[in-house]
Write a protein that binds this ligand. Sequence first.
Ligand code: ATP
Ligand code: MG
Length: 230
Amino acid sequence: SELTSPLTIKVDHVDFSYSVESKQILNNLEIKISAGEKLAILGKSGSGKSTLTHLLRGDLIPDEGQVTINDIKTSDLNDEIDQYIGVINQVPYLFNTTIANNLRIGDETASEDKLWDVLERVGLKEMIKRLPKGLDTLVDEAGLRFSGGERHRLSLARILLKDVPIIILDEPTVGLDPITEQGLINTFFNQLDGKTVIWVTHHLQGVDSMDKVIFIEDGQIEMQGTPTQL
Ligand code: ATP
Ligand code: MG
């Protein structure tokens, strides 16, 4: 099944708990996300934000209600979901192979020119050009010299190559210093223009560039609006 753009995501009356004994994490949650919308999701630690991202990707299945993209349940899309949704989280996963191979996970056929192009877009071109082996540098070697922010930029480059329409950022900037964090937020929003962005964050820094902000508490939307309304 090929979904055709524009892609609309619906979280439709969703209840979720991890097991019958454990507490209900999401309680009759309803969210509609239009194509190209920039949505920030805030909420206390443990409020269910990451759980929601797993439901969006179909990795978890609601107890009640459904999560759909263009009326298809995300859990029915299986691996196909990777064509539609890319995720960047706090600990970007890099593979123990070359920088080029790490990027080509996004697009196996990408030319070297294309790799340099995305590296430039995420602000890593100069740094990688200076490495003696360039794109052939092994990431386990390079891991020693890649900072947290640089790893996130690499992970963003991979997602840009794949060119998915929906990007979930699950607190990708937690633990970075404020200047690195702001630089990364700017890169995300410059490069993800036109895509649907769902950005899970602990704090308000950067949310003014979003279309909508929702606060989750007790499994429900406690408050929502545009950044200026809040
Ligand atoms: P944070 O801001 O700290 O990342 P969060 O809003 O992302 O928090 P979740 O990770 O979604 O919160 O967790 C919501 C609740 O579900 C928490 O009480 C957590 O302990 C519980 N939980 C998360 N993952 C599991 C799991 N795999 N099995 C059982 N309970 C879980
Ligand atoms: Mg979380």
